[in-house]
Design a protein around this ligand. Structure first.
Ligand SMILES: C[S@@+](CC[C@H](N)C(=O)[O-])C[C@H]1O[C@@H](n2cnc3c(N)ncnc32)[C@H](O)[C@@H]1O
Length: 252
């Protein structure tokens, strides 16, 4: 039974776990924000990326396809959505939600629920799509960023929902980031030519059908001719990119 957000992970999410592996350097930001929480609710848990080990985790995920990709060392996820959490008030030490808030049908309601069930931090990893300095991908597929801007909630709305004392941190994206969201390939353009990589990035489902083939064709041609490196070669030497990835932490 599908009850989740704006992208159908039940039919489109089969490659997700392989392409979107938690990056340990990004995970360290989440671990720090969770502090000494022993019990954690992971909302929109997907296949379990970034789920902390060594704590008691309840995972909640609406898509059966995503739940089925959880590795054996993690507890199974229960079916549910952020907007109606099946937990009592203040029943866990912390709540986390990674790369999921943009899919919820009602952001404010979902965040109210996260705040309600957490005794401590509410930790949200999200993308700030109005952040300046977007990388070269925008030159090849401006429709992608436009779609993300339409789709992604503003950081102020997230910060307002996670609690009175909200803090927003920029999370640098490492050059060899193992979590394959679009900006993760800022210095490895060839990887974005792989269909499996793009299939694990839901934003491609929100642009007109001609955009993806045009992106592949123009990027392939520029890489083959050396034009990409002429214009963008510096991205290959950047050890980490402060792009749109953010951690929003509310503490009550
Ligand atoms: C991009 S995936 C992220 C999964 C995981 N947190 C990660 O970091 O890999 C977004 C997830 O949010 C889930 N989702 C969509 N709408 C939701 C909602 N209303 N409440 C909770 N989760 C939702 C989707 O099913 C999907 O698994």
């Amino acid at each position: 039974m599908w009850m989740g957000g704006d992208f159908d992970y039940d039919s489109q999410g089969a490659d997700y776990a392989a392409q979107r592996r938690a990056d340990p350097r990004i995970a360290a930001y989440i671990e720090r924000a969770l502090g000494d929480a022993r019990t954690v609710l992971n909302v929109g848990a997907g296949a379990g990326s970034y789920e902390p080990l060594g704590r008691h985790v309840i995972a909640l995920e609406p898509s059966a396809t995503m739940r089925a990709q959880r590795p054996a060392h993690l507890a199974p996820a229960i079916h549910g959505v952020a907007e109606a959490l099946p937990l009592d008030d203040r029943s866990v030490d912390a709540v986390m939600a990674v790369a999921t808030v943009h899919q919820w049908s009602d952001l404010a309601k979902g965040l109210r629920e996260l705040r309600r069930v957490s005794r401590g931090p509410v930790v949200v990893m999200a993308f700030d799509e109005v952040a300046p300095g977007h990388c070269w991908v925008n030159d090849y597929a401006p429709e992608l960023l436009a779609a993300e801007r339409r789709r992604y909630p503003g950081l102020e709305a997230i910060a307002a929902g996670v609690g009175a004392r909200a803090e927003v941190q920029v999370v640098p994206i490492p050059f060899d980031c193992t979590d394959g969201f679009t900006e993760a390939f800022y210095g490895r353009p060839e990887r974005l030519l792989e269909p499996a990589v793009r299939r694990a990035q839901s934003s491609w489902g929100f642009v007109p059908p001609e955009v993806e083939p045009r992106f592949v064709e123009t990027l392939s041609a520029d890489l083959a001719s050396g034009r990409w490196d002429e214009l963008n070669g510096a991205w290959r030497r950047l050890p980490a990119y402060e792009g749109s990835l953010r951690l929003v932490v509310g503490r009550g």
